[in-house]
Write a protein that binds this ligand. Sequence first.
Ligand SMILES: NC(=O)c1ccc[n+]([C@@H]2O[C@H](COP(=O)([O-])OP(=O)(O)OC[C@H]3O[C@@H](n4cnc5c(N)ncnc54)[C@H](OP(=O)(O)O)[C@@H]3O)[C@@H](O)[C@H]2O)c1
Length: 288
Amino acid sequence: MKVLITGAAGQLGRALLKTAPGTVEIQAAGRELDVCVPAALADAVRSFKPALIVNAAAYTAVDRAESERDRAFAVNADGVENVARAAHAGGARLIQVSTDFVFDGRKSSPYLPEDEMRPLNVYGASKAEGEKRLRALAGATAVIVRTGWLYAAKGQNFVNTMLRLMRDKDSLGVIADQVGTPTWAESLAEVIWKIAGEPKMAGTHHWSDAGVASWYDFAVAIQEEALAAGLLSRAIPIRPLATFEYPLPARRPAYSVLDKRSMMLATGMMPRHWRVNLRTMLGELRNA
Ligand SMILES: NC(=O)c1ccc[n+]([C@@H]2O[C@H](COP(=O)([O-])OP(=O)(O)OC[C@H]3O[C@@H](n4cnc5c(N)ncnc54)[C@H](OP(=O)(O)O)[C@@H]3O)[C@@H](O)[C@H]2O)c1
């Protein structure tokens, strides 16, 4: 099967390349294939003739999006529509990735795929708009996979930020009243490849690693696991903060745990606990 991956240089894009099954022929398109340029997408689809497009391209700078609304919407809403149109014209199926930040975090039980989207910030609004446009164009065939708190060995993410701060600082404060699930990009990639092998699967589904954590819990685990892996040489005190003590430009949901049951049912996959995946990723980082 021929698969076109957009945004292939990002966290998820690289994980998709690393975990790809031997049966797929991949065209990995980085920034040179701009999802904001419909003609470029049409050309890419016409020449490569993919059976599937995985759109891993996105504007993901959550705080910067508050002052760059147009750019966020250009990539995350117009860009998704452009990819959907190119996929339709070329007869390709589309897997689109979205975010837990489409929800407002007021629930206290895991978000279901059909729960109402009520984003709190511009990034979430741009991703929600992308979802709506995709559903309107290709709701019957496309798959939307919502995930959250993504990290990988390479990339701008919470794990890498924490490792840097834990080396540079003598203590840290981390938000303890926002709860979600850290997700290794490779576990998301694995489920996407599984969906690729299920041609009849469509609709919106959730995927994250298993379990629940606050950013504070995640930071404490990062320090413990990184010490055990020899990536850090000393422990520093980490204190829990309330959201109001660490103001950021974008508001974030207090609770963004995702209900993964529809995905588990459709793919037969069971998520691994986030801490197990964190340990594996840090082990790979040490050996790199
Ligand atoms: N990161 C998270 O915590 C998180 C959480 C929930 C959902 N998600 C979703 O998961 C998906 C993958 O995220 P990720 O963490 O892999 O993001 P990422 O590392 O930021 O990768 C996104 C890639 O898309 C590229 N890109 C940006 N604008 C583009 C454009 N106009 N045309 C083509 N490529 C473009 C970026 O290039 P540049 O780096 O050069 O801009 C980057 O390589 C996204 O849909 C994201 O919204 C992410």
